[in-house]
Design a protein around this ligand. Structure first.
Ligand SMILES: Nc1ncnc2c1ncn2[C@@H]1O[C@H](COP(=O)(O)OP(=O)(O)OP(=O)(O)O)[C@@H](O)[C@H]1O
Length: 386
């Protein structure tokens, strides 16, 4: 049974209007929500106003439950909200108040949403309607966010702006006749934050993450089924794409006979920009690689992955962020060793993961930074000898 979206929006919106005079409330919590939800109970009324002028009254109504229906969800469909107002305000209510209720409800739901991490092989998620595609999910607890990411500030700004533009461009994508999708290729050495950036993107947008292991996908049909069963407003991640031999054609002509019996690069590309790409909305696909040079040129052609992001070794600016996250040292009041450490970091290939590991070891800034200095200079010397 499809749910009545007006009912759902009203239920969420009215949580914010509950006042001390509401006598009976219902509380609930589902695994997909961060907090307890509070809702009106049967017979309760809540008043609201438009522009502090037009008065409206919401009343929650539910028929008497028959004894045997006490715990039966079929009765759910018979609950409703009654919205009472002077009929001369009908246009205002329909054209501006109800759209406002919808927008507020959507914002509250976004705020409340718990980001989930899907992977195959966890077993089908009983709360989800993913058919037999094998996706199971757990709550994504990765704490990475754009504040904690040690990245060049301009690059970080560019990524945030790109994501913001993407989510607000529903009409734009429709107008230009493009699927509402965005592809990111994250490349750079291990430990530069590719996975952390994906988590930061997901936490920022509140999009679920689908972590797809291509080694477990056996054919293009299988891929289609798996990708189609992911939900909208999600990030599909394929890590280390260069390591998947199945999707490296490197100029070889695909054999049309076995086209659907095995996974091919063209099958994957079909999902990025072919006919299948138009299934679903607001979807992001992310490929990561430690070796961009090893990727099949077909994946790198213009228009295929919209944004290529180079995750680089740690820079002085990146160190400032890590230093502040791990040791609480702020740029405005730097430790006397910071300048020297930053100088070494700029002249050494050291990953943010390596720097983070050193900074984790103690909360004594002096000892940690001195030790970091000696490690960086040792690393630099060993590079110079090579
Ligand atoms: N740019 C970064 N900013 C903040 N922390 C980082 C960054 N890069 C790495 N780290 C830290 O190092 C750990 C490992 O990084 P992460 O797994 O994101 O790197 P990766 O590039 O995805 O590595 P791999 O290619 O091996 O998967 C992270 O959990 C985080 O603590």
């Amino acid at each position: 049974m499809t749910r009545n979206q007006v009912y759902d929006a009203a239920e969420v919106y009215l949580q914010t209007k509950i006042n001390p005079f509401t006598e009976r409330l219902k509380i609930s919590k589902t695994p997909r929500k961060k907090n307890i939800s509070i809702a009106m109970d049967k017979g309760e009324e809540i008043t609201d106003t438009i522009d502090n002028d037009i008065k409206l009254k919401w009343r929650f109504t539910e028929p008497e439950k028959k004894q045997k229906d006490e715990y039966h969800s079929a009765n759910d469909s018979k609950r409703w909200f009654e919205l009472v107002f002077d009929k001369k305000h009908k246009d205002t209510v329909m054209d501006s108040y109800l759209p406002y209720v919808f927008a507020r409800a959507k914002a509250i739901q976004e705020e409340e949403k718990v980001v989930r991490l899907y992977t195959r092989g966890l077993g089908d998620d009983e709360n989800d309607n993913r058919g037999s595609s094998g996706w199971g999910s757990i709550k994504m607890e990765h704490p990475s966010n754009f504040g904690t990411m040690a990245m060049d500030p301009e690059l970080k700004r560019m990524v945030i702006d790109d994501l913001d533009r993407f989510v607000r461009r529903r009409e734009f994508y429709k107008r230009v006749g493009k699927a509402w999708k965005r592809g990111y290729l994250l490349y750079g050495p291990p430990g530069t934050g590719k996975s952390s950036l994906i988590a930061a993107m997901a936490n920022y947008l509140k999009f679920d993450v689908y972590d797809l292991e291509l080694s477990g996908v056996h054919s293009n049909c299988d891929l289609r089924r798996v990708l189609l069963s992911a939900t909208n407003r999600s990030i599909m991640v394929i890590e280390d794409i260069d390591c998947c031999a199945k999707v490296q054609n490197r100029g070889r002509e695909p054999d049309p006979r076995s086209h659907n019996n095995r996974l091919t690069l063209s099958g994957l590309l079909n999902f990025i920009d072919g006919l299948w790409s138009s299934c679903g909305d607001e979807r992001i696909i992310v490929f990561t690689t430690n070796h961009k040079d090893r990727l099949d040129p077909a994946l790198l052609r213009p228009g295929r992955m919209d944004v290529h992001i180079h995750m680089s070794y740690c820079t002085a600016k990146g160190f400032d962020i890590l230093d502040s996250n791990y040791l609480g040292i702020h740029e405005s009041n730097p430790h006397h060793l910071c300048k020297e450490v930053k100088g070494l970091i700029e002249s050494t290939e050291v990953t943010p993961a390596e720097v983070a590991e050193e900074l984790m070891k103690s909360d004594d800034a002096n000892g940690t930074l001195s030790k970091g200095l000696s490690i960086s200079s040792r690393k630099r010397r060993s590079r110079m000898i090579k």
